[in-house]
Structure formats: structure tokens, C-alpha cells
Design a protein around this ligand. Structure first.
Ligand code: ADP
Length: 424
């Protein structure tokens, strides 16, 4: 099976006509990332980040037409961050009036059981997202703040919330139900929600599109390996399991998160190390994973340490790969047949050693990586498995902002969200 050339792939979005651009906002607790996207052509027109919001010295970067501007100044809050971003468009370009903003898309981490697709934001939606804060105390407050500020400053365009959890709202009950007392679970909304859904949906759809196949006909394992990392099993465009759970802490080993761990570790540390809930939260979310094991969470630094003979770094790499392999095996069993394993996000798209190690020894399952294809200098979507395997191993760059922009168009046009899985 080979990749269909770009020019020959149908673009379902070209039929939408000219929409102008979509401003995609991603508000974190101390950062604001933005990208102005053409939802039809797919290109990022301009992008920027405002980091260290609330600290004495914030960093603002804005990239337009190949030029990157960087400034350091105090950014007290998200309102000021967005004002600064809008000022960068005015000063450096493109002027937003010229870009014709069609909608503002907000990435929202937790949509709970309420939101199964993108929604046009009104006061009621903001309140409902705010009500989900107990489920995502580390993420949703900043998302809500970003939406409130943006609606004030950009009041004449529709705002759309796109949820990280939405794609996984289709999970079957046996995959999203935790085996704990049902009453407690129901009362407190305890279940698997899954995250990175925009990326998993985009990648599963993109796989089909680049192969010239229907997403309905493919069984795909998506490995989204960024600083946060998650795996999903997608059968015919529908997710049947994913590794993240009630929060983004469960599953794979990540940059700073432990992923799967015996929950009794928490009781043990509370009882014997005197650690409180917040301390344990910080331990497992911010001081664990690759950082906790090796002292670094960036895989480029990890590689340097491994090459220098650092044993902690080597063990961290082995633990990371071991967990990933377990998920590939588990999802192969759930899917019954795996047509594609797709690597995406910072580590998945760039780390040759991780891709090779995850697939090593899986030849018996029809999964293998061709060393030359894997290491070839290339970007863009590509096949890295040898010709003889039954499963294609692919690298598919994720484009979450573009996927969000397209879901915004769908929401505003009342298109069914499920149509987006065929696009990309
Ligand atoms: P997130 O969106 O979760 O912040 P990304 O998808 O941007 O994460 O991935 C960031 C991570 O990707 C970095 O922490 C680093 O570990 C890894 N990464 C980025 N570039 C490379 C590279 N060239 N080689 C290996 N790893 C890389």
C-alpha cells in the first residue's frame, strides 16, 4: 500500500468555500498559544505564544511570513496576554481585519460527559465548562478564563469550544467504566474520558486519506507521543479504547507524568511519607515520568544522556518503550486486526529510536519498522514499515490547530462533527 499524492487526495473542506481564517486559542495555566489558520487550505498564517503569564518576566513570540519576533515583558494575566497577541497582529501582521476572522476556536481540555462535539459558545456553555472544573482543576480554569477574555475582546465573531475529550465520548461502556463501586463512580463522574481526542481523530482520518482508503475500513492504533502522551485504538473511525482516563495522568509514561501506576502507591505515600493530596498530585503529574526517572523530559536531551552512558536515562527509555509496547499489544487484541500503527506528536514524529524500539520484536504480529525508511530525513506523512508486513507503520504529523479550526467551521455551519474524521 502506498501513499496517495497530495494533489490527488480529495479535500472535503474545499467544498466549504472561502471562510476567511480561524483564530485558534489554547490557554494554559501560565501560557496562551494562538494560531491563525486557513481551515480550507490548512496552512498556519501566523502563530504565537505568550509564556510565563503572571510571572515578573513573560515571553511573547509571534511568527508571521517566516519572521519570528520575540519580546520579554510582564504579562499579568490572560486578558493582557490576549491583548498583547492582538497587538502583535496589528503591529507585525497580518492585520486581523484583513485576515477576515470567521471564528475563534478554543481548545478546552475537559468536556466531561456533556460535550461530544464542538459547540458554539454562549453564556450557558461557559457556565457548563466552568462546572467541569472539579474534573480538570489543572486545565479547565485557564480554558474558561481564555474564553471569557476572548469573547470580550473579539465580540463580533462566533467562538467555538473544541474539547480534548469529545472524540472519546464514543468509547464503549466496557472501555470507559472503571471497576469501582458504581454508586460512587456515578455520583462523582468517575470514568475514563480520554484526552488528545482532536489529535487522535485527526490522525485516524489522515491515515485513511493519505492511503486513499475509507476510515470506516481501517483499524488503527494511534500513538500520540508529545510531552503528554496517549494511545488509542480506533476501529472504523470510532475509538474503542484510549490510555488516558479521568484525567490525562493515566496510561503511557510521559514527559513528567507517571502514567499507569498501582493506585495503592498513593495510599502508601500518604501513610508512610506523610505526603498530602496536593503534593501527591504534583509528584505524579509534574515530577514523574521521564523527568522523575532521568532528570530530563525532553527526548533530545535524553538521547544525549544515553549516548554519554547515563544509566538512569537508559532505564527511563526502556520503561517508556515497555509501557508503549504493552499498549500496542493490548490494542491489537481489542482490534483483532491492526491495519496501521500511526506515530504522531513531538516524540512520535521525530524520535527514530522510540519508533524502532516500540516495534522491535513484533514481527510475529505483522508489525515492523524498516530501518532505512525510519531514519530517512523526511517530514510529512510517511510509511516506515517494510513492504512485507500486514500492518503499516506510519508517521503522521498531527495538526491540532487545523483540526480545531475545521471543527469550528463545522460547528458554526451545523455540520455533523463525525464528518471530520474523514478529513485532514
Ligand atoms: P506537547 O504538545 O505535549 O507539549 P509536543 O508534541 O510538542 O508536546 O512534543 C514535545 C516533545 O517532543 C519534547 O518534549 C521532546 O521530548 C520531543 N521532541 C521534539 N522534537 C524532537 C526531536 N527532534 N527528537 C526527539 N524528540 C523530540
Amino acid at each position: 500500500m502506498s501513499i496517495v499524492p497530495e494533489a490527488e487526495r480529495p479535500n472535503p473542506y474545499s467544498a466549504y468555500g472561502a471562510h476567511g481564517s480561524v483564530l485558534v486559542l489554547n490557554s494554559g495555566s501560565s501560557s496562551l498559544k494562538y494560531q491563525l489558520v486557513n481551515p480550507v487550505g490548512g496552512e498556519a498564517i501566523a502563530a504565537g505564544t505568550i509564556e510565563r503569564i503572571g510571572e515578573p518576566s513573560g515571553i511573547v513570540t509571534h511568527t508571521f511570513a517566516g519572521n519570528r519576533t520575540r519580546r520579554e515583558l510582564e504579562v499579568p494575566d490572560h486578558g493582557e496576554a490576549l491583548r498583547l497577541a492582538l497587538g502583535m497582529f496589528d503591529e507585525i501582521g497580518p492585520r486581523l481585519a484583513d485576515a477576515g476572522i470567521y471564528a475563534v476556536g478554543h481548545r478546552v481540555v475537559h468536556g466531561g460527559a456533556e460535550f461530544s462535539g464542538p459547540v458554539v459558545v454562549d453564556d450557558d456553555v461557559v457556565e457548563r465548562i466552568d462546572a467541569l472544573v472539579p474534573l480538570a482543576p489543572l486545565h479547565n480554569p485557564a480554558n474558561v478564563q481564555g474564553i471569557r477574555v476572548a469573547r470580550e475582546l473579539l465580540s463580533d465573531v462566533p467562538h467555538v469550544a473544541v474539547f480534548d475529550t469529545a472524540f472519546f465520548s464514543a468509547l464503549p461502556a466496557e472501555a470507559y467504566t472503571y471497576a469501582i463501586d458504581r454508586k460512587v463512580a456515578q455520583e462523582h463522574d468517575v470514568r475514563r474520558y480520554g484526552f488528545h481526542g482532536t489529535s487522535h481523530q485527526y490522525v485516524a482520518g489522515k491515515v485513511a486519506r493519505v492511503l486513499g482508503r475509507r476510515v470506516q475500513d481501517l483499524h488503527t492504533i494511534v500513538l500520540h507521543l508529545g510531552n503528554g502522551a496517549s494511545a488509542s485504538a480506533v476501529a472504523g473511525g470510532v475509538p474503542i479504547d484510549t490510555s488516558m482516563g479521568l484525567t490525562p495522568l493515566e496510561g503511557l509514561v510521559m514527559g513528567t507524568r507517571s502514567g499507569d501506576i498501582d493506585p495503592a502507591v498513593v495510599f502508601h505515600l500518604a501513610r508512610n511519607a506523610g505526603m498530602g493530596i496536593d503534593e501527591l498530585d504534583t509528584l505524579l503529574n509534574k515530577r514523574s515520568g521521564m523527568l522523575g526517572l532521568s532528570g530530563v523530559n525532553d527526548f533530545r536531551e535524553l538521547r544525549r544522556l544515553i549516548d554519554d552512558g547515563d544509566e538512569d536515562a537508559s532505564l527511563a527509555f526502556d520503561v517508556y518503550v515497555h509501557r508503549l509496547k504493552k499498549y500496542v499489544g493490548a490494542y491489537a487484541a481489542l482490534l483483532g486486526r491492526v491495519d496501521v500503527v500511526a506515530f504522531t506528536a513531538g516524540v512520535g514524529e521525530n524520535d527514530v529510536a522510540v519508533r524502532a524500539a516500540v516495534c522491535e520484536g513484533l514481527e510475529g504480529m505483522g508489525i515492523a519498522v524498516d530501518p532505512e525508511r525510519n531514519t530517512a530525513a523526511a517530514d510529512g506523512e510517511r510509511i516506515i514499515s517494510p513492504d512485507w508486513t500486514s500492518t503499516l507503520v506510519m508517521v503522521i504529523p498531527t495538526m491540532e490547530e487545523l483540526a480545531i479550526a475545521r471543527q469550528c467551521v463545522e460547528a458554526v455551519e451545523h455540520l455533523r462533527p463525525s464528518s471530520s474524521v474523514t478529513a485532514g
